[in-house]
Design a protein around this ligand. Structure first.
Ligand code: FAD
Length: 466
């Protein structure tokens, strides 16, 4: 045709969805072109999401653990923080990964084209980049264009003291007083980082609870800890207005226990993410995009146009990297002629706060609301030797079982909850029941034992090992 570049498979976007799909397709023998508007590949996750936030949360954890140990006989003194160096540590972590990705793309002969792509027909994408316009012809395509932070209207976004998560990760300074608008996972993780670095943090959440979606018993230990540390937590509260003044960002609150107005040195807005579906000229390819910007797909990740697939944040909730990657594999395999489809039974969610909160499968709140019967096994970490010795005795492991005793949901709060939840996802995928988990010998003393103990509690065969 008239295209400058031709390929069998075009992947639009290089995030965890896009690069996983591109690599899998290349491994299956397809000739792949991946298009990315930014200079670095890796998407939100690697560049301004999962990875940089975890690097900073680790720094925060080091500070907090050092602080906490003063009580137990080791004092390090007040941390001196070199923000530039800390930011370059974070950038170094990101750089290693994006550099590695570039290598992996090269090894697989995935051609990466930099520039902003828009569909120009059902078989062409037009890319505007530094080197001008290129038309890419494709036989099949996978849309992995992701999402971006919602910019709440009414905020003075041209003022650098108003931040989204990307700005907050840049660590320009540590404000004396920081307002975090949005008490979901991203807001609470960034609150955690800035609190550890010495900011006085206020969190404002519209709904009546922090981290909506997670069971209350799992959020409580986190809530208790941050209530003691942060300046204020306002739930059921809305920020009605925000204006830039010389003294700071002046916000007006509505509802809840917040004052009418208050002025902060910086404000982080973390109220959700919106899909990029409306910015890729999908109509030219005949791909339907809903009014919010999401693209509907079937179990094989196909859009309404049979040779065009979509994956990741752009196809809907949960907007998580591991979901995007899993969908990417499915789409690539189907594009390569395999009979794959999306049949993951559970997608875990993790807040990497201190303490971490993790859950998967059905939550207890959902089970109750849907009238689904369940047997519950809860093991409080106050009875775990390992948890006590690592300062994690406020933690909790909870397992939910169906009428056959099979795992259908789990929730964990405490240090490393995000690592621990993996075992429960495996148990659910394998159809393990409470006896299977209880009879599996777990190493002692570990936090993983609490999963075994919770299963035994549900089964009524509790042992008393600490
Ligand atoms: P994205 O990662 O959004 O990638 C899409 C890519 O497409 C981008 O690089 C974009 O530049 C490119 N693109 C878009 N439009 C075009 C176009 N027209 N032309 C060319 N290129 C285009 N998830 C987790 O699972 N765990 C976490 O710990 C976690 N932490 C997070 C922390 C923060 C602060 C944020 C913001 C998000 C976090 N997430 C986390 C969510 C996670 O980052 C996303 O779910 C994930 O990146 C989605 O992957 P994706 O491939 O769908 O899209």
């Amino acid at each position: 045709g008239d295209a400058d570049i031709n390929c069998q498979l075009l992947v639009l976007g290089s995030g965890p969805g896009g690069y996983t799909a591109a690599f899998r397709a290349a491994d299956l023998g397809l000739d792949v072109v991946m298009v990315e508007r930014y200079a670095e590949i890796g998407g939100v996750c690697l560049n301004v999401g999962c990875i940089p936030s975890k690097a900073l949360l680790h720094a925060g954890q080091v500070i907090e653990e050092a602080e906490a140990f003063a009580e137990h006989g080791i004092t390090f003194g007040k941390p001196r923080i070199d923000l530039k160096k800390l930011a370059s540590y974070k950038d170094g972590v990101v750089g290693k990964l994006t550099g590695g990705l570039k290598q992996l793309a090269k090894q697989r002969k995935v051609r990466v084209v930099h520039g902003t792509g828009q569909f120009s027909s059902a078989n062409t994408l037009t890319v505007e980049g530094k080197d001008g316009t290129q038309v890419i012809g494709f036989e099949q395509a996978i849309i992995a264009a992701g999402s971006q932070a919602v910019k709440l209207p009414g905020f003075p976004w041209d003022d650098e003291r108003v931040m989204d998560s990307t700005d907050a990760l840049m660590l320009k300074d540590v404000p004396k007083r920081l307002l975090v608008v949005g008490g979901g996972i991203i807001g609470l993780e960034m609150a955690c980082v800035y609190d550890a670095l010495g900011a006085k943090v206020t969190v404002c959440e519209l709904s009546n609870e922090l981290m909506p979606g997670a069971d209350r018993d799992l959020v409580r230990p986190l809530e208790k800890r941050i209530k003691g540390r942060y300046e204020a937590i306002y739930t059921g509260t809305k920020v009605a207005r925000a204006e830039a003044t010389r003294q700071g960002i002046k916000v007006s609150f509505e509802g809840g226990k917040a004052p009418e107005t208050d002025t902060f040195d910086r404000v982080l807005v973390a109220v959700g993410r919106s899909p990029n579906g409306k910015k890729i000229n999908a109509e030219a390819a005949g791909v339907q995009v809903d009014e919010r910007g999401f693209i509907n797909v079937d179990k094989q990740q196909r859009t309404n146009v049979a040779h065009i697939f979509a994956i990741g944040d752009i196809v809907g909730q949960p907007m998580l990297a591991h979901k995007a990657a899993h969908e990417g594999k499915v789409a690539a395999e189907v594009a390569a002629g395999e009979k794959s489809h999306f049949d993951a039974r559970a997608i875990p969610s993790v807040a990497y706060t201190h303490p971490e909160v993790a859950w998967m499968g059905i939550t207890e709140t959902e089970a109750k609301a849907q009238g689904i019967e369940y047997t519950k096994g809860v093991f409080p970490w106050a009875a775990s030797g390992r948890a006590i010795s690592v300062g994690g005795d406020s933690g909790l492991t909870k397992l939910l079982f169906d009428e056959h005793g099979r795992v259908m949901g789990a929730g964990i709060v405490g240090p490393n909850a995000g690592e621990l939840i993996g075992e429960t996802v495996l148990a659910l995928e394998m159809g393990a029941d409470m006896e299977d988990i209880g009879l599996t010998v777990h190493p002692h003393p570990t936090l993983s034992e609490t999963i075994c103990f919770a299963a035994e509690v549900a089964h009524g065969s509790v042992t008393d090992i600490m």
